[in-house]
Design a binder for this molecule. Sequence first.
Ligand code: CDP
Length: 567
Amino acid sequence: MRLSETAKIILERRYLRKKADGSRETIEELFYRVSNAVAAAEKMINPQLSSTQVNKIRDTFLQMLTSLDFLPNSPTLMNAGTKLGQLAACFVLPVEDSIEGIFNAVKEAALIQKSGGGTGFSFSRIRPKGAPVTSTGGIASGPLPFIKVFDSAAEAIRQGSARSGANIAVLRVDHPDIKEFISLKSKPGTLRNFNISVGLTKEFMEALENDGFYNLHFNGKVYNRFKAWDVFSLIVEHAWSNGEPGIIFLDRLNEGNPTPALGEIEATNPCAEQPLLPYEACNLGSINLSNMVRNGQVDWGHLAETVEWSVRFLDNVIEINKFPLKKITEMVQSNRKIGLGVMGWADMLFKLRLPYNSNQAVELAEKVMAFIQEKAHAVSSALAEKRGDFPNIDISVYRGQRRRNATCTTIAPTGTISMIAGTSPGIEPVFALVQTRRILDDYAVTQMNPVFEKYLTENFERTTRDRILQEVKRRGSLQQVEGVPEEMKRVFVTAWDISPEWHVRMQAAFQAHCDNAVSKTINLRPTATKEEVRKAFLMAYHLGCKGCTVYRAGTREEDVVVPGACC
Ligand code: CDP
């Protein structure tokens, strides 16, 4: 396998399992373990299959993983074929408006977190601060102090796990405690284990567009009336100041809900790419688009084949996945949601010599994702013919069709698996051409974009190359480097070289052909203005995105990645 040093360090420090004799498995053994466990599902689905047939499928999976054409989400890499066996990255748990309900959710969250999954919670059902508590005759504390309880529990569990699942707290914009929620993370170091996100409603967005007011209500009682613009400005202010909160568009998430008869979607998983009903979970996997380029062209045939096997792989994962809660097992097996996405998009554009911030790139994004989506749906239908439809199909929007999975596509951040694959994360532009990145809690590396490096080697003689490299190591970007051809500057752009508008346009292009949602962070330079954040949020809404997240460099205690080489 061709793995970077970074990939080897991550795998060795976090992913390799202990064997029965106490020794650690090798990287090759890891990929074999995963392929073998996922192929074993074939026999569970179709007991007639011979061992030779199963082994052939295992070898196809193994080839797909070891060529780094496709990788499943981290829990699958870590836990497939182990006793724990929890393979999904995304969960949503309900939080009911009672002490019993709240603390039950704390326990359920603890069990999920222990298994490496990330959990989303909507706290919108908890009565607001000051509301009466009948049983005690007292007054309610509101959702905020309870979020802190979830965070403390998560902090305690974090200590002992290979990967501590992330969490997100969502509150509807019309919950009476919304203003305090928006500023919940304004003090550095608070709620370390949680991201926060405001659930914006259609009513709120309309009030915002009309410069009007909207009601804050709970259980039919109106508590207050706020000017939409004031609340929006508060969100923008805080997002600008440290990236929190993000926003999600609740009505839009529900427009994409394949099983509305089972309830409303109130939350997403932590990085917001996966809207889920309470007790649903979803396993993700991502195709490495950088590997789908041959001779400077998109290799559509190879992409189609990879989609086909990836969907089968992800559907198999559902068969063998072990969840810590029975309710989750039931929900997952009834809807069978999977989330196939992409990584390496920016590297693909580098190889195709298309600037990320260009109409051609946005058009290609639509074309690539539409292709993946269409093919994934076709494969899911074909699997349904052989394996059966997802059990809830008759109460879903797919009634009358064949479908094995209630959803097929999701674009994850691929924070770790893209580093294992040695490519750019998700659909993000590269952060910098040379960057210093924390890859583990206590380990940082300097990385040079491999496509850029190859381009430099192939197109410049040594002295010029060294001069350019020296500058890029200092700045992370090519834009201010003298003597670099304009065309090269246009192609090799970084997150900060691209205006927020192009980030949003790209997110919208992928969203247009994605069943679930798209994880995307608009990485802003330190000097970005609140006005830019405001515009990006509004544009995300107008272009059909399901949410929007920004992060302005230097606004948290420590940035995970910084441009340029360290020291
Ligand atoms: O690359 P990898 O498979 O490790 O994960 P990702 O694509 O960066 O994140 C996918 C999802 O995994 C997130 O949206 C979270 O739900 C979950 N996650 C988590 O719980 N804890 C983390 N430290 C990272 C991701």
